[in-house]
Design a protein around this ligand. Structure first.
Ligand SMILES: *[C@@H]1O[C@H](CO)[C@@H](O)[C@H](O)[C@H]1NC(C)=O
Ligand SMILES: *[C@@H]1O[C@H](CO)[C@@H](O)[C@H](O)[C@H]1NC(C)=O
Ligand SMILES: *[C@@H]1O[C@H](CO)[C@@H](O)[C@H](O)[C@H]1NC(C)=O
Ligand SMILES: *[C@@H]1O[C@H](CO)[C@@H](O)[C@H](O)[C@H]1NC(C)=O
Length: 385
């Protein structure tokens, strides 16, 4: 007690005083300790005599063993369910992963302070040539986003530890454009991101995508929207309804058939809809093969059946189809001028939360690696980051 009363400011002089006090206190403390030890010893012998008498000797040993074991197990606290996985690597196969990712709490609200995050999930072949632009976009917004990357299994990512992309690669498999393996890769990304209970929104991007607004605007736009953004239109003609196969009935009827680009933004509820689906998946796997491009139909159609009231039916990712052909235009160094960016920001209208809005796109594609340099140059002025 006395030693605690001595404040730091009193300095060296009092230190000697404390020491002499302590040496007088010590024998008394020792005596108290020995008495306590004796007391505990007696109590323990009475207790063990009691145990031996009523339960037999053999029960005492497992009791002690289980106590010892518990000390080495991870304490079963809430923290375990709240904290994001420390590593994105795991040994689950897709069946196991999707099962685990489909766990959904039944109660409203969270018994801890949950700051909802946006999961940016990148579906890539390998490198991320526009990474420096994204690094700038994410800078200063830690805790509001998480990143997941699915690349070809053969690709060995080498981001430095300072990068936001460092160790954000998930276990992957080969994915081919226009095939079901592409949807599998997207589901794998969603499932991995669902393992972090704080991820509330999920944005699918590719290595050719860029952000068009700063992070604050993107976060506000998405978190305040009543709807999720996925293109889903009922398109007549050969490239829309023409790709439907009536073998999909009765799970999918022609009036349910939707088309949209795969670059979506969805909330947690829709992400679970996608990874838990076993009703529509087999139909699409069997009856939507090229020239039916499954990545343009499976999620839009399935979500329009399951959760139509949650969909804005439009995408947030701008793309230029004006040049015609099977692939959208790719922009390189020569295309990136200030005038070029006007088309993203001027003369656009769309519906946001049932109101007209002039902000319709938050992301754009497709950009070649050569576009990086001019993009970095214009980013602050044009995109605000
Ligand atoms: C994952 O492993 C389980 C158990 O071995 C097996 O039943 C299941 O078919 C596997 N799934 C895949 C997609 O390989
Ligand atoms: C984001 O952009 C908006 C509008 O361009 C601007 O008002 C805001 O300050 C920017 N936020 C940050 C964090 O730079
Ligand atoms: C498709 O039509 C059939 C018969 O009209 C109906 O029973 C079924 O529920 C429909 N399916 C969907 C997904 O609406
Ligand atoms: C999107 O389309 C579905 C029908 O597929 C409709 O029920 C829903 O209201 C539409 N969403 C909006 C925001 O209009």
């Amino acid at each position: 007690m006395q030693s605690r009363l001595v404040t730091l400011e009193e300095g060296k002089d009092t230190a000697a005083l404390v020491r002499t006090n302590q040496s007088r206190v010590l024998p008394l403390r020792l005596l108290q300790f020995l008495l306590m030890f004796l007391g505990v010893g007696i109590a323990f012998s009475i207790f063990s005599m009691f145990i031996v008498r009523y339960f037999g000797v053999e029960n005492v040993v497992p009791l002690i063993q289980s106590r010892v074991q518990q000390c080495f197990e991870e304490p079963n606290s809430l923290e375990r369910w709240v904290r994001p996985p420390s590593s994105l690597l795991h040994t689950m196969n897709d069946t196991e992963l999707f099962w685990r990712a489909s766990f959904v709490p039944r109660m409203k609200g969270y018994p801890f302070k949950r700051i909802p995050k946006i999961a940016f999930v990148f579906l890539t072949r390998g490198p991320l040539p526009l990474a420096p632009l994204w690094e700038r976009f994410f800078k200063g917004h830690e805790g509001l986003y998480s990143i997941y990357i699915h690349s070809l299994p053969s690709y060995d990512a080498n981001f430095p530890p300072s990068s936001v992309f460092y160790r954000r690669q998930i276990p992957s498999q080969v994915a081919e454009w226009g095939m079901m393996s592409m949807c599998d890769a997207e589901r794998r990304l969603l499932a991995n991101a669902l393992l972090d209970v704080s991820n509330e929104w999920f944005i699918l991007l590719s290595e050719a995508c860029i952000p068009l607004q700063n992070f604050s605007i993107v976060y506000r736009y998405i978190s305040r929207s009543r709807y999720s953004f996925i293109g889903a239109v009922d398109e007549p003609g050969p490239y829309g309804r023409g790709r439907y196969d009536s073998n999909m009935e009765p799970e999918v009827n022609i009036s349910d058939w939707r088309k949209g680009s795969q670059w979506f933004e969805i909330n947690r509820k829709l992400a679970v809809d996608i990874i838990e689906d076993t009703i529509y998946y087999p139909k699409f796997a069997e009856f939507c093969r090229p020239a039916c491009y499954v990545d343009e139909h499976y999620f839009p159609t399935m979500l329009s059946i399951r959760s139509p009231h949650l969909l804005a039916n439009r995408t947030l990712t701008w793309v230029d189809w004006s040049r015609g052909g099977a692939h959208p235009a790719t922009f390189g160094k020569a295309d990136i001028t200030e005038k070029f960016f006007k088309k993203f920001f001027e003369g656009q209208t769309c519906i946001y939360n049932n109101q007209p809005s002039s902000v319709c796109y938050l992301f754009a594609r497709k950009f070649a690696p050569s576009a990086l340099e001019p993009l970095l140059e214009f980013a602050l002025k044009v995109f605000g980051f």
